[in-house]
Design a protein around this ligand. Sequence first.
Ligand SMILES: NC(=O)c1ccc[n+]([C@@H]2O[C@H](COP(=O)([O-])OP(=O)(O)OC[C@H]3O[C@@H](n4cnc5c(N)ncnc54)[C@H](O)[C@@H]3O)[C@@H](O)[C@H]2O)c1
Length: 247
Amino acid sequence: MRLRERVAIVTGGGAGVGRAVALRFAREGAAVAVADIDAAAAQGVAEEIEAAGGAALARRADAASLEDGRALVEAVLGRFGALQLLVNNAGLPSQYRAGSELERWDLGIEQTLSSAYRMTTLALPVLVRGGGGAIVNVCSIAGNRVGGPDWYASAKAGLTGLTRSIAASEGRHGVRANALCLGVVETQRTRFIREDPAARRALERRTPLGRIGSADEAAAAALFLASDDASLITGQVLIADGGFTIA
Ligand SMILES: NC(=O)c1ccc[n+]([C@@H]2O[C@H](COP(=O)([O-])OP(=O)(O)OC[C@H]3O[C@@H](n4cnc5c(N)ncnc54)[C@H](O)[C@@H]3O)[C@@H](O)[C@H]2O)c1
């Protein structure tokens, strides 16, 4: 129970990595606010947590909306009375194809980078008032090497910069911030790779561990960064990619 008596917000907690993080944090004792633009998905995960004996709050919230974020933080304080952990996980899928490249840039930066900045700005005063906490920003190896569309690589690289900036300014207030850079993880948005045998084989051949990561493995890394096991670690980028970026 590494997160006993902690309260966490997980953005995009209704599916994939966010869902796995929400479930894992709850298993480790945290009360979890599952925030997602998909209300039914958030509700489903909160119900899973409660069915397992945990405490959860489901909330429809667009992580990029200040209004939704404010209401989310208020709801968390109203229900649990505290907040120590924020996982900025929500973001536009790199495969998003609607609109022009310029439109995708604006939307991608908004949904993937500005969303994390806004949620951080809203949560920080609460974390500081409560004596500290931890922020985990879910990034991608596309942000520290070449890969993905321009907006995605830039938003994720920007998120690692934001992580360091927050870590530097908030460390004295007891707040740690770290980035978790993921390689390909099995979620709905990477189904297209898993369903293409040639692409999957090529990826597995290129990855030292020889396989795609699971959402549970991503959640385990997020748990480490959020827990006191990482009490001396802040402003860092933890890469969880099966070794893909060293090969
Ligand atoms: N899956 C991968 O291979 C992979 C690799 C690197 C990084 N990541 C990062 O991990 C994070 C999660 O990805 P995933 O694969 O679990 O995605 P997913 O599509 O499986 O789930 C994302 C969830 O976030 C929600 N969401 C989307 N935009 C939102 C918003 N603005 N506000 C609130 N909720 C929102 C969706 O409704 C969905 O429930 C993303 O930031 C992604 O960039 C994923």
